[in-house]
Design a protein around this ligand. Structure first.
Ligand code: MOS
Length: 733
C-alpha cells in the first residue's frame, strides 16, 4: 500500500520546506533536464512513436460552412491502391468535442455542418502520401445553407451566454451616472480579431487497440487526465480501457487543452481497420478546425475624479462562438480586480457565428481584455495629466474591488516602481522624438493573470539505489515541468537533481493538473511537495525523530547526531502519493500574479512599419521555481503580446467564415527579427495562500498587458491611437 498525503487549500501556509532547503535547487536558473533529449531528437513526440503495422489517416474536411451533409462519397478514394478504408461514421466527433462542445448523433456520415472545414471523414492508407492523395478524391452530397458569418453588422444579435470561467454580467453601484459625473472620462471601442494558438507542433495522434479492447492514444495534449475523460465519453469506454501518453508536447497555448478531431478519428479508424492508425493534422487543418480565440468588440469606459482616482469602470464585451456553445472569451476577467472604482459593470455577450469553435487560448480573457483596459488607462493618464505609472499606482486597490476580499499577495505598485527604474522610464510628449525617418516612443502597461489551483496528484518513490522517481500524468508543454518537479523533489529529499527522475504525460501514472491556465507548476509542484513531505515523515518514523529536526542531504537522513544513509531506510523502495486540492483560499483571497511592462518602439514615418526596439518587464509571482524557465515563460508570453499588438489576425472570409490565412506564412506570429533583447526581473515574493510552494502562476503573465504597452508606445511615437488590433502599418498611415 502506498502512503498518501492530501492537502486542501483552506488556510495559509506560512512555512515552506523549500525555504532554506540544504540542496538549494528550487529557484535556481537550472538548465532543462530534458534539454539534451530535445536538441538531439531523442524526445519522442506524439507522431514519432515507431509502432508496428501502422496505418496512416488523413482527415477530410467539409467544403462548405453550413448545411446538411447527406453522404460522403468515397468510391474514388477507396479505388486508390493502398487505401485501406474511408471511415465516415465518425459519430463521436460530429463537433470538435474540445471543451465540452455539444454533441450530435449522425449516422453514416450524415450530419449538420456548422463551419467551413469541419472534419467529416478520415482516409486510412498504407502510407501518408497515399492517404493524402486519396483524401482529395472524396466527394460529398450536401445541401448548403446560408452561413451566419458576419460579426460587425450583427452586434445587436448578441445574447448572454451561461457563465463559464466568470459571470457573464456583473454590476455594482451606478456606473453610468458615475461616468456622467466624472471629471475625466475615456469611453471608446477596441476590437481584436480571431487568433490561433499557432503551436509549432501540429495536433497529432497515434491510436492502438490491444486484444482486450484497451485503447492507447499517443497524442499531443495539455491535460491527459481530462482528455482521457473526453475520450471515454466520446467512445463510450471505461476508465481502464483508455490510456493517453503525452510525454513531450511542442506547445499548445490552449489549443491542446481538449481532445481534437485527429485523436478521435485515429481511435475510431484504428478500431475500424484493426490496425494502429496515425493522424497528424496538416497546418491548414489546425487553423481551420481546432479552436480559435474569439474576436472581441470591447467598449471600455473609465471615469475619474480630478486627481485621476477611478470612480467608474465599464467594460462591455461582445464575442463570438458557434451556435449552442457556452464558452465565451472572458474578456473582462482582469477588469474585475486590477483597479479601484466603486461603480463597475462588466458584461459579456455572444454572437452566434458559423466560424470555427472559439475556446481558450493564451491567457483567455486577460490577453485581449487588457489590450483595451491598459490603453484606456494610458488615455486617461493623458487626460488627467499624470504619468501613466502614477495613475496605476493611484488606483492600486487595497482589496478586490469586485469581491470585497483581500488579495493574497499583490505587488503591482512595487513592480511599476522597480520596472520604471530598470527601464529608465521618462514620459515624453506624443510625437516628440524622431531620428531620421523613425519616430520613437515609449509605452508601458500593467500585467496581471489570475492564479488558480487544479487538483493534482504525484507519486514520489525513493529507490534502493539512492535516487528518487517522480511520476504524474502532468505534462511539460515546453514550459519546464520536468525540471521544476525534479528541483522540488530534490530539495525536499536532499538529492542532487541528477538523482531525481521525472516521468510525465501518461495516464497510467497518478492524475496531474495538466498544463493550462498557468496552474501547472503550482498544482503539480505542490503534489510532488506533498508526496515528498510524506516520505520525510516516514523517514522520521524510521529513525525516530521529529519532522522539524530532520535534515536530508547528500542521500542521508540527519537528525541530531544520527546520520543514516537513505538506502538503509527505504529498503526495497518507499513511495508516497501527494494530492493538492483547491479549497477556500480561492474565495477568501483573490490570487493573481502581477507585473509591469515597459517598451520602446520605432515607427517608420514613411512606411508605418513598427519595430519594437527595447523591452523591460518586472514581475511578482510568488516564489520563482526556476529563474531560467520562468524567464523563458515570460519572454514567450511577451512575444505573443507583441504578436497581438502588431500582427496576429485570423482573417475570416465574410461570405462563409472560412479562415483565409490558414498557415504560418500568412498568420503572422513574431519571429526573432521582430523581438528585441528582453530584460526581465522577478521581485522576491512568497504567497502563503497559493500553495505549499508559495508560488503563483507565470505561464500567461507575460502576454497579459504586453500588447497594450506596444500600442501605448506607438501612440507616444506617432500621436495616433489605433484601437483596432493588430496595429498594422496601413492603420498608421
Ligand atoms: Mo491555456 S489557454 O489554459 O493553455
Amino acid at each position: 500500500m502506498t502512503d498518501t498525503k492530501t492537502l486542501q487549500l483552506d488556510a495559509a501556509m506560512p512555512h515552506s520546506l523549500l525555504e532554506g532547503a540544504p540542496q538549494g535547487l528550487t529557484g535556481k536558473p537550472l538548465d532543462r533536464v530534458d534539454g539534451p533529449l530535445k536538441v538531439s531528437g531523442r524526445a519522442t513526440y506524439a507522431a514519432e512513436y515507431a509502432i508496428d503495422d501502422l496505418a496512416y489517416g488523413v482527415l477530410v474536411s467539409a467544403p462548405f460552412a453550413k448545411g446538411r451533409l447527406n453522404a460522403v462519397i468515397a468510391d474514388d478514394a477507396l479505388a486508390v491502391p493502398g487505401v485501406i478504408d474511408v471511415v465516415v461514421d465518425l459519430d463521436s466527433f460530429a463537433r470538435n468535442p474540445q471543451q465540452g462542445g455539444e454533441e450530435k448523433a449522425p449516422t453514416q456520415g450524415v450530419r449538420d455542418i456548422d463551419y467551413f472545414g469541419e472534419h467529416v471523414a478520415v482516409v486510412v492508407a498504407e502510407s501518408f502520401e497515399i492517404a493524402r492523395d486519396a483524401a482529395h478524391l472524396v466527394r460529398f452530397d450536401y445541401v448548403e445553407g446560408l452561413p451566419d458569418a458576419g460579426f460587425d453588422d450583427r452586434l445587436d444579435e448578441a445574447e448572454t451566454p451561461s457563465d463559464s470561467q466568470m459571470p457573464a454580467h456583473q454590476e455594482a453601484g451606478d456606473p453610468d451616472a458615475a461616468l456622467d459625473a466624472a471629471e475625466h472620462t475615456v469611453d471608446a471601442v477596441w476590437t481584436t480579431p480571431s487568433q490561433n494558438s499557432a503551436a509549432m507542433e501540429p495536433h497529432a495522434s497515434i491510436a492502438t487497440w490491444d486484444a482486450e479492447g484497451r485503447l492507447t492514444l499517443y497524442s499531443s495534449l495539455q491535460m491527459p487526465s481530462s482528455d482521457k475523460k473526453q475520450l471515454m465519453d466520446a467512445l463510450d469506454l471505461k476508465d481502464d480501457q483508455v490510456r493517453i501518453v503525452a510525454r513531450y508536447i511542442g506547445g499548445g497555448f490552449g489549443s491542446k487543452l481538449g481532445i481534437s478531431t485527429e485523436g478521435i478519428a485515429a481511435a475510431i479508424a484504428a478500431r475500424a481497420v484493426e490496425r494502429p492508425v496515425k493522424v497528424v493534422m496538416a497546418r491548414q487543418q489546425v487553423f481551420d478546425a481546432t479552436v480559435r480565440r474569439s474576436n472581441t468588440y470591447q467598449r471600455l469606459a473609465l471615469g475619474a475624479d480630478a486627481s485621476g482616482k477611478l470612480t467608474t469602470v465599464i467594460h462591455e464585451n461582445i464575442v463570438s462562438n458557434l451556435p449552442g456553445e457556452d464558452f465565451f472569451e472572458p474578456v473582462g476577467i482582469a477588469t474585475q480586480f486590477l483597479y479601484a472604482g466603486e461603480n463597475r459593470r462588466i458584461t459579456h455577450d455572444t454572437v452566434q457565428m458559423n466560424w470555427l469553435l472559439a475556446g481558450s487560448m493564451r491567457a483567455p480573457g486577460e490577453a485581449v481584455g487588457m489590450l483595451a483596459l491598459e490603453c484606456a488607462m494610458d488615455e486617461l493618464a493623458e487626460k488627467v495629466g499624470v504619468d501613466p505609472v502614477e495613475l496605476r499606482k493611484l488606483n492600486d486597490p487595497e482589496k478586490d474591488p469586485t469581491q470585497d476580499v483581500p488579495f493574497s499577495t499583490r505587488n503591482l505598485s512595487h513592480c511599476l516602481d522597480e520596472g520604471a527604474k530598470a527601464f529608465g522610464w521618462a514620459p515624453t510628449a506624443p510625437a516628440s522624438r524622431r531620428e531620421g525617418d523613425w519616430l520613437i516612443g515609449t509605452g508601458m502597461a500593467a500585467s496581471t493573470r489570475s492564479n488558480m489551483t487544479m487538483e493534482s496528484s504525484a507519486r514520489v518513490t525513493l529507490t534502493p539505489a539512492g535516487g528518487a522517481v517522480v511520476e504524474t500524468d502532468m505534462t511539460d508543454i515546453g514550459t519546464g515541468t520536468y525540471t521544476i518537479l525534479a528541483q522540488i523533489a530534490g530539495d525536499l529529499l536532499g538529492l542532487p537533481i541528477e538523482q531525481v527522475e521525472v516521468k510525465l504525460g501518461d495516464t497510467d501514472l497518478p492524475p496531474g493538473a495538466g498544463s493550462g491556465g498557468s496552474w501547472g507548476a503550482g498544482s503539480a509542484g505542490s503534489s510532488v511537495y506533498l508526496a515528498a513531505e510524506k516520505l520525510r515523515e516516514n523517514i522520521c518514523t524510521a529513525i525516530d525523530c521529529e519532522p522539524t529536526g530532520l535534515t536530508l542531504k547528500d542521500g542521508h537522513a540527519i537528525a541530531g547526531n544520527n546520520r543514516v544513509p537513505l538506502s538503509e531506510i527505504v529498503g526495497e523502495g518507499m513511495s508516497a502519493v501527494g494530492t493538492i486540492k483547491p479549497g477556500q483560499n480561492d474565495e477568501t483571497h483573490t490570487q493573481a500574479s502581477y507585473g509591469a511592462h515597459f517598451c520602446e518602439v520605432r515607427v517608420n514615418a514613411v512606411s508605418g512599419e513598427v519595430r519594437v526596439s527595447r523591452w523591460h518587464s518586472t514581475f511578482a509571482a510568488g516564489r520563482i521555481l526556476n529563474e531560467k524557465t520562468a524567464r523563458s515563460q515570460c519572454i514567450g508570453g511577451i512575444v505573443f503580446g507583441i504578436g497581438a499588438a502588431l500582427s496576429e489576425e485570423l482573417v475570416h472570409d465574410p461570405r462563409d467564415g472560412r479562415v483565409v490565412n490558414n498557415d504560418l506564412a500568412e498568420y503572422h506570429v513574431p519571429v526573432n527579427a521582430d523581438v528585441p533583447m528582453m530584460d526581465i526581473q522577478f521581485l522576491p515574493e512568497r504567497d502563503e495562500w497559493a500553495n505549499p510552494l508559495q508560488a503563483k502562476g507565470i505561464g500567461e503573465l507575460g502576454i497579459s498587458g504586453a500588447g497594450a504597452a506596444v500600442a501605448n508606445a506607438i501612440y507616444n511615437a506617432t500621436g495616433v491611437r489605433v484601437r483596432d488590433y493588430p496595429i498594422t502599418l496601413d492603420k498608421l498611415l
